[in-house]
Design a binder for this molecule. Structure first.
Ligand code: ADP
Ligand code: MG
Length: 728
């Protein structure tokens, strides 16, 4: 495609004003793409301000990267009489018959009627009425594009894109014209998607290939049959054909995924090469005695494999940063414990951070139990540890008495200093932010190894993108003998039957959870619901025949702990709780999990809750209680919960339903802000890009080869722009 710079200049005398030339000289000496959008024809200062506010478009480059979400065939104008409900967009040409303001206050709107040879369509504005009234002229012909609606079976477009219909724009226009995401406010101010296209076209006309140079090496372009970069930018906005558009899109998506991977993998590589790590070069008494004499079961193959990976990392002299993905109940805790024993054998201390007090306490109980005949010093530190005890623990951390410190966030506070911290475990990762992970690194002069364990699986695509700088282990195997949990979905009205079912199980000696949603920690309504539920459960299970524990976030820690322990010791048969119980709690005798208002929970949370049962030798059940009327998404969530116990499959579905930004643990990750690529639809391409980057960095880890110079340049450019943080 050829763009003539001169024709642009001729269109507007404004370009020749001295002020403009002055500005232009300055910018062209640096980078034309950084020119502010004010330099374009028709963008006044207020308009530029609007573009900044509404779409975060500041520069030429921002405009180029504001991609169209579809194209319309401008050679094909719809006939008004042919518009039908179900057509998403209408594109019509006609004469403006009349316009009037109707309604009052909030209902006030401008209604115009446009006629072609076949019929009449209504155009409606709710905002910017005065402005629209000023620029439109009755009797004039317009090309109109917008989302089609019907009102009293009349076709209608609210806040349409409009342009004058003239002989010039009727003929000789591109087949496919871009339609850009815009906002109501912009449209109301006359900055339609169409106008955005005009600005973008001008940018493309004013830049040259050197301004938007190729950033992928020739061999990759060749191998993956990618459209050259400059051309791709042209064609994604103004494609010569649909094929051209698809090629352009593919190229730019690949570029996005490729550079995201380059950044992640470089980080990883750099850490592998330059970071020093504590060396665990032997296995000693602690590990061997425990492994040979006290290990309560045989490790699964997956556990053995991951342990080997960890041993290799921790013996390498480099710092380990490993993400351990395993389904609920796959036995991650044991892997962590064995690793911490190896650390102790090598003279190092360990910490294990859990997201809740209950879970920390449970780890403490479980770990001290299995280690009770071994001289390993284990302590627990949480927010509610009494001051005197805390002081003692802090001293024992400093003098090295403590081998393993368990706890909540409290263990990473600055006041907690170690004689020689060598290993840190972050359990149930999604409750911990990125910043906390970083704080761990500073706890020793040579940073400790870090093992991050997820509560429920994250889809692989997401893990590769959001945690691509971490090494990655998967435990895809549950300990043997687990009986799959059967899940039911029931309407609330069936609660009495569900309670009867619990009764049956309790009479068999089992225990049950009844969980209520806690949407906000402070929500009064949630607590009222919980209390109401508690009373209701109590009416089915009266004392002293039955006993009920209740746990929620507003209780003091010791009360929570007492209630929890009563349930663990089987003094109570039923646990009524909010989601504080969600993560990690382990009571193998519990066989029923009832989740009230299950439609209010996300998939990973439901899966995590369900994972509280099915931990022992007995068949377990999960009942999802909901109201009758459900949204489509809620129905989908319940359906997959009933259909499968596989956390990896559920994670994929979660990603599909909610999008990457909403998946727990990834919210802060800037790495997921793709403009074009989608982790849901472009999985295959992500794998291709990842492999391409792996190969590239294997051959040229420093990007020293002349052929890879362009990659380095691009990275530098992005770094300057985004201030990429060292920790993803
Ligand atoms: P998660 O991976 O969800 O944190 P846990 O570490 O809590 O799982 O383990 C779940 C249960 O499985 C615990 O009761 C644990 O003792 C048990 N377990 C772990 N590994 C094995 C194994 N190899 N064989 C049998 N039981 C195991
Ligand atoms: Mg766990």
């Amino acid at each position: 495609m050829l763009y003539l710079l001169d024709s642009v200049h001729l269109q507007s005398a404004k370009y020749f004003s001295p002020g403009y030339l002055y500005k232009k000289n300055i910018s062209s000496s640096t980078d034309i793409l950084n020119n502010p959008v004010e330099y374009l024809t028709g963008i006044s200062a207020p308009r530029a301000e609007l573009l900044r506010q509404e779409l975060n478009i500041h520069s030429f480059k921002d405009l180029l990267e504001h991609f169209p979400f579809r194209h319309i065939d401008r050679t094909n104008v719809d006939k008004i009489a042919g518009l039908r409900p179900g057509m998403e967009y209408a594109y019509v040409a006609g004469k403006l018959l009349n316009m009037e303001i109707i309604g009052q206050n909030r209902g006030r709107r401008l209604v115009a009627r446009l006629q072609d040879q076949t019929g009449i369509i209504e155009l409606v504005w709710f905002q910017g009425i005065n402005w629209v009234q000023k620029i439109l002229h009755v009797g004039q012909s317009y090309l109109v594009f917008g989302k089609l609606g019907f009102f009293m079976s009349q076709p209608q477009i609210a806040h349409p894109d409009l342009e004058n219909f003239t002989v010039e724009n009727a003929a000789g226009r591109a087949h496919l014209e871009p339609v850009y995401p815009s906002t109501e406010k912009l449209k109301a101010k006359g900055l339609s998607g169409h106008l955005l296209g005009k600005f973008t076209k001008e940018v493309l006309q004013r830049i040259q290939e050197k301004d938007l140079p190729e950033n992928l090496p020739a061999n990759l372009i060749e191998q993956y049959k990618l459209m050259p970069r400059f051309q791709a930018y042209e064609q994604i906005h103004f494609p010569a054909s649909e094929k051209h558009y698809e090629h352009a899109l593919r190229r730019l998506k690949f570029e996005e995924l490729f550079f995201a991977q380059v950044r992640m993998q470089l980080m990883k590589l750099e850490r592998h090469r330059f970071s020093r790590g504590q060396v665990f070069d032997k296995i000693g008494e602690f590990f061997n005695r425990f492994y040979n004499d006290y290990l309560p079961f045989q490790l699964t193959n997956a556990q053995k494999r991951v342990l080997k990976e960890i041993r290799k990392d921790t013996g390498s002299g480099k710092q380990m940063n490993r993400l351990l993905q395993g389904d609920v109940g796959s036995g991650k805790t044991m892997v962590a414990l064995l690793s911490m024993l190896i650390a102790a054998d090598n003279g190092f201390q360990s910490v294990l951070m859990a997201p809740t007090e209950i879970l920390a306490q449970q780890h403490y109980t479980g770990i001290t139990e299995v280690l009770k005949d071994l001289p390993v010093n284990v302590r627990i530190l949480t927010g509610s540890t009494p001051a005197k005890q805390r002081k003692k623990i802090l001293a024992e951390c400093v003098d090295g008495t403590i081998h393993i410190l368990l706890g909540t966030h409290a263990v990473i506070e600055d006041k907690v200093q170690f004689a020689n911290l060598g290993f840190a475990v972050v359990d149930e990762q999604h409750k911990f932010g990125v910043a906390q992970r970083a704080r761990l690194w500073k706890k020793n002069t040579i940073p400790p190894h870090v093992l991050v364990m997820t509560a429920t699986p994250i889809p692989r695509t997401l893990a590769l993108t959001a945690y691509g700088d971490l090494d990655y282990s998967v435990m895809d195997e549950l300990p043997p003998g687990r009986i799959p949990i059967t899940t039911f979905h029931r309407i609330e009205t069936a609660r009495p039957q569900v309670m009867d079912f619990i009764k049956e199980q309790v009479q068999l000696g089992r225990q049950a959870y009844v969980i209520y949603p806690l949407i906000e920690e402070s929500s009064k309504l949630d607590y009222e619901n919980l209390m109401k539920g508690y009373e209701e459960v109590k009416s089915f299970f009266p004392e002293p025949k039955y006993w009920i524990s209740m746990v929620h976030g507003k209780q003091p820690a010791d009360q929570k702990e007492t209630n929890m322990q009563r349930f663990v010791k089987q003094d109570t048969q039923i646990m009524v709780s909010t989601t504080v119980i969600e993560v990690g709690v382990n009571v193998p005798n519990a066989t029923v999990m009832v989740i009230e208002s299950a439609e209010k929970f996300g998939l990973s949370q439901l899966h995590q809750l369900r994972g509280r049962v099915g931990r022992g030798a007995d068949k377990s059940y999960c009942v999802l209680l909901t109201k009758n009327k459900l949204s489509n998404d809620a129905q989908e969530r319940l359906k997959i919960m009933v259909a499968t116990n596989d956390g990896f499959a559920i994670a994929e579905k979660d990603l599909e339903l909610r999008g990457p930004g909403e998946i727990e643990g990834t919210r802060q990750s800037g790495a997921l802000n793709f403009k074009l690529a989608s982790l849901i639809n472009d999985k295959a391409m992500l794998e291709v890009a990842r492999e391409a980057v792996e190969k590239l960095l294997e051959a040229d880890p420093d990007l020293k080869l002349p052929a890879n110079e362009m990659i380095k340049k691009q990275l530098h450019f992005q770094k300057v722009k985004t201030k990429w943080s060292k920790i993803a």
